[in-house]
Ligand binder design. Sequence first.
Ligand SMILES: *Cc1c(COP(=O)(O)O)cnc(C)c1O
Length: 427
Amino acid sequence: MERCCEMAALAREDACELDANDPLRSFRDRFIIADDQQIYLDGNSLGRLPKTTRAKLIEVVDQWGSELVTGWSEWVDWPSRIGDLLGQKLLGASAGEVVITDTTTVNIYKLCAAVLESQKLSAGRAILTDRREFPTDRYVVEGLATQHNLELRLLDGDPVMGPTAAEIEELCEDGGVALIVLSHVHYRSGAILDMAEINQIARRHDATVVWDLSHSAGSVPVDLDGTQTELAVGCTYKYLNSGPGAPAFLYIAHERLARLASPIWGWFGQRDQFKFGDRYDPDPTVRRFFTGTPNVLGLSAVSEGVSIAVEAGAQAVRAKSIKLTALLVDLYEQQLEPLGFSLVSPTDPALRGSHIALQHESARQISQFLRERCGVVVDFREPNCIRFGVAALYTRFVDVWDGVERVRSAVQSGEFRDVETQSARVP
Ligand SMILES: *Cc1c(COP(=O)(O)O)cnc(C)c1O
């Protein structure tokens, strides 16, 4: 994908024109925008609230009030029904391969533990992940390695581009890798890994990859069947706009299902659950990876969030997201690079997701100043990184333009130095 050179001297009016010609522009109206002056560039951490979700939550609360326990006859199917919509329309999965359940962390644990159990008798005794993977992914595999007395092999992938297929292959060639855990889109740099190629490498070495799609779902098209992915998880409260702590998703390819047992033998994973059988007898479908009672209010929010993303279409979302990050990078080069920022995301838009990361020695102070005094919400990541996320469903080109302008002004004037940095529990 070529960078647009005509954007070199892009003025605010040009950004407005990009908005006027944006096929997704009407989608912004579908979200609650509480403060129109605020520029929200953190949808990669927590997506906005869709108006229909607000209404749907009230409806489901009322349904709880009126139907009480009889509401379950409808609610009980939601994890599979919404999972199918997400899986088939946005992730390239087939029916019955995706469910909504638990948190991403718990789903990573369940799938990783299941893989390790299924490979128990094989030679594979190591878990491979990247040193810079998202913390929860690293901690879960660290815990599993400790509990099962396995080797944890850490890749030292490039901080911007992530690990290459060759590096992954090299660590597999030392033998004994049973499980590989990787993010499709890296949470910090936004780098996209080649799922098809890495899956092939894994297969050659009898290893299984568990993919974390938290930063892909709703922003970068994923083709689970086409890339021959066996297992994946991901989160719904980022680009799928399903709300804080909304339940996550889990994918198991049909071909892989038969050989996998959930490490948590819960009653929602039981075949004929309501027969209350004496012994655990796992459900024959992906539902055996359910644990306990699903969060119905959370599910109703996922249903709305996924429906809006499906309506917009994965390709249209990706096309706009690429233009938005390309604009961000162009404006960074003109306005922010001279002020001591450096880009720590891939320069080729085809190789990055829907956010970019900039480094600056005063990143913490700058991001705090932007939030508190400039109405620009970005996020700070230790030690010196600011992430700028764009969400094609509601971020306008003019938001990117205005956001960069406010950053430039705050940094050029040195005003950001006035801010008292506090170490808040959530940065
Ligand atoms: C956001 C995110 C998660 C979140 O996990 P939770 O269990 O929902 O807290 C996991 N992995 C990655 C890569 C993420 O970006």
